[in-house]
Structures are given as structure tokens and as C-alpha cells.
Design a protein around this ligand. Structure first.
Ligand SMILES: *[C@@H]1O[C@H](CO)[C@@H](O)[C@H](O)[C@H]1NC(C)=O
Ligand SMILES: *[C@@H]1O[C@H](CO)[C@@H](O)[C@H](O)[C@H]1NC(C)=O
Ligand SMILES: *[C@@H]1O[C@H](CO)[C@@H](O)[C@H](O)[C@H]1NC(C)=O
Length: 339
């Protein structure tokens, strides 16, 4: 990423807290959702999942899952968390759908995402806020699968897309899918809220135990509200959807409608959402957040693993269905819709 050398130089001498940035390769792509649809096989729509290999239809927080994993697809080898989002599909002029692959950032890898944990804004040269890392059993969700308007997605403040011209493009960000071909791909940026109620590891909607700052933003160091007083790291996913094979406008719908759609049929882009199940070993995440370090955080001496090991950690889909061919409807029977 082009801005990275700048980030490292700018932060390394000044920061007092950690900013982690690392890759996780693909674990599995399938219709399972232990957070929103626990036990349901298959769940409603297709997800791409990275992280620990104990990911399953049911993940009991009391069993220290995903601590039961034997490997992880993430470069920090003490991170057995699971991170997932819906999958992006392309709808061709003839009405059929094809899965958009994720662009891998890992040599020899397949798909995957970039994960960040930070104490202050991504571009802040002084990562300095004191944060409390998540606890075993913690999980959260962000977004609204039913959002189809700009107003609805604005409640979440920070679920955006970047139309990438090249690997370094980071601006502008939009709340809807880009409406023109993006030469390098479409980056989905998912930022989770950063204030915790300090008590509940989860909540019925998987969101209300977390909150945005009372005023201002995470970036402006807005204070956490009294109801959610504990300042956590910000978790950010960057998911780059490799649209290259779908950028020929001759394949796009003739009526000018958006050709990309989430796996559950949202063709506006407003219903971007993501899931997080915490699974760092012991106090590894807290130690990293308490150390002045950036990106790979060598100052905190974290345990890491090779690309080959990350890539070797995969799961066989338990839901046996085609998610990759040209299909008349999206897996689960969904169709692209704009409202
Ligand atoms: C998922 O759960 C099922 C049922 O409990 C179990 O048989 C299976 O081994 C689990 N898979 C993984 C990858 O942990
Ligand atoms: C539909 O269009 C795509 C992209 O042009 C093409 O690859 C596919 O074969 C077409 N399918 C049918 C059934 O015509
Ligand atoms: C946010 O709230 C804090 C504490 O109540 C206050 O000091 C600060 O001025 C507020 N900031 C804005 C931008 O309203």
C-alpha cells in the first residue's frame, strides 16, 4: 500500500500506543453465520471468513471459542479471532451472477482481508489513547442488512467504499457502491464502534453493548458515553474486491443500474455489515495496544507466522453448494434489489 511507508515513518517515533495492521488469508467462503444465525446450516447468505479454524455454525462463547482453533489464517499467530463479511457478486447484462474474488495481499494466498486495531485515528501520528482490549467471548456486529438508503447507513457513520484506481487509492470514500468501473477494485471499509458497556460480551442485536462516542467521532477523540464508558481499540477491515474481470461496461446492465450486489441482494451498497468474534490468546492484544509500535509492532515482540502457514490454514465448506459459477440467482435464492 502506497501510504504505508509514510505511516510507518510518521508514527514510529511519536506513538505511545499500538496501531496494528496485518493480513488474514481466506479460511472459507460459505453460508454460515454463528453470530446472527447460530446453528443454522445453511445461513441466509454467503460470507467470506478469515481467522481461526474453529469457525463453525455454532460458537459457544463459554467454550473459549475461537480459542479451540489449531491454526489461524492471520499473520499474528496468537490471533484466532474470526472476521467476516458478506460476499460481493456481479450481475451481468444477461441477469446471471458471479462471485467477485477478493484481491489477496499475501504471496501465494487466496483472498483475505487487511485488519487494523488502533487506539486513535488511522492517520493520527500519535497513537496515544489508552484502550481496553476485548475479552474472551466478546463478539460484535456492525451494519444493517436492511439498509437501502443513505440515511439508514449514516447511522453507522463509517461503512464506506473506495473506488481504487491503484493499490494506493484511499479517497474519496462513498456510502454507496461506486457507479463506475474501478480499475484496481472496490475496497469496502468497515469500522466498528469503539465504546463498550464494560459488562456484556454480546447483546441480542450484537450491537447495543457497543456505542459510538457521545459526541464527535473516534477520529476526533470524542468521549465515550456514560452508558458505554470503556474505550476499546477500533477494529477496521479493508476488503478489496477484485473487480477487474467485471469492468467491461459492455457486460453491465443496459439500464445503467448497479452491476454489483451483496450476496443478500443489496445492490445499493448501503447494507454493508460485518461480524467480529474476538479470539486473541491471553493478553496478546492488550500488550500490543499498550506498546508504542505500528503495523507489525516489532517493539511488542508478537508471535507471527509465515505466509505459507497462513495460507495452509483453511476449512472445507460444510454447506455443499456452488457459490462461484454463473448463477441465475444468488445462493439462498436472493436477487439484486435497489430498495
Ligand atoms: C463444528 O461443529 C460440529 C458439531 O458440533 C463438529 O462436529 C465439527 O467438528 C466442528 N467443526 C470444526 C471445524 O470445529
Ligand atoms: C451471461 O453473461 C456472462 C458475462 O458476459 C457470460 O459469461 C455468461 O456465460 C452468460 N450466461 C448466459 C446463460 O448467457
Ligand atoms: C464532547 O463532550 C465533552 C465532554 O462532555 C466536551 O468536553 C466536549 O466539548 C464535547 N465536544 C463537542 C465537539 O461537542
Amino acid at each position: 500500500m502506497q501510504w504505508l511507508p509514510f505511516l510507518v515513518l510518521a508514527l514510529s517515533s511519536l506513538s505511545s500506543g499500538g496501531l496494528l495492521r496485518f493480513q488474514c488469508s481466506q479460511l472459507v467462503v460459505q453460508r454460515l453465520d454463528p453470530l446472527v444465525d447460530p446453528g443454522l446450516v445453511p445461513s441466509s447468505h454467503v460470507h467470506q471468513i478469515v481467522g481461526g479454524n474453529s469457525f463453525n455454525a455454532t460458537m459457544d462463547p463459554k467454550k473459549d471459542m475461537p480459542g479451540e482453533s489449531t491454526c489461524t489464517t492471520c499473520s499474528f499467530s496468537e490471533d484466532f479471532s474470526n472476521y467476516w463479511t458478506a460476499v460481493l457478486y456481479f450481475r451481468a447484462r444477461n441477469g446471471t451472477y458471479k462471485r467477485v474474488p477478493q484481491k489477496t495481499q499475501i504471496d501465494g494466498g487466496v483472498g483475505g482481508i487487511t485488519v487494523y486495531y488502533m487506539t486513535d485515528a488511522l492517520y493520527d501520528t500519535t497513537q496515544k489513547s489508552k484502550v481496553t482490549a476485548f475479552k474472551t467471548g466478546f463478539r460484535m456486529f456492525v451494519g444493517d442488512v436492511n439498509a437501502r438508503t443513505k440515511q439508514a447507513v449514516s447511522n453507522f457513520r463509517q461503512l464506506t467504499y473506495t473506488c481504487m484506481k491503484d493499490s494506493g487509492t484511499r479517497a474519496p470514500e462513498s456510502l454507496e457502491f461506486p457507479n463506475q468501473p474501478c480499475p484496481f477494485g472496490i475496497m469496502a471499509n468497515v469500522r466498528f464502534p469503539t465504546c463498550w458497556d464494560g459488562v456484556n460480551l454480546d447483546s441480542p442485536d450484537h450491537m447495543s453493548h457497543m456505542s459510538y462516542p457521545a459526541n464527535g467521532t473516534f477520529e476526533s477523540q470524542g468521549p465515550c458515553p456514560a452508558s458505554h464508558p470503556v474505550h476499546t481499540p477500533q477494529v477496521l477491515f479493508e476488503v478489496v474486491w477484485d473487480t477487474k474481470q467485471f469492468n467491461n461496461k459492455a457486460d453491465w446492465p443496459t439500464d445503467g443500474s448497479q452491476p454489483f450486489t451483496w450476496a443478500f441482494g443489496d445492490a445499493t451498497g448501503y447494507a454493508s455489515h460485518a461480524d467480529y468474534v474476538f479470539g486473541w490468546k491471553g493478553d496478546a492484544l492488550q500488550r500490543l495496544m499498550d506498546t508504542s509500535c505500528v503495523v507489525n509492532c516489532p517493539a511488542a515482540n508478537p508471535k507471527t507466522q509465515s505466509n505459507a502457514k497462513m495460507n495452509a490454514c483453511t476449512q472445507k465448506a460444510v454447506v455443499k453448494e456452488d457459490v462461484d459459477g454463473w448463477m441465475p440467482s444468488l445462493p439462498g435464492g436472493h436477487m439484486a434489489k435497489y430498495s
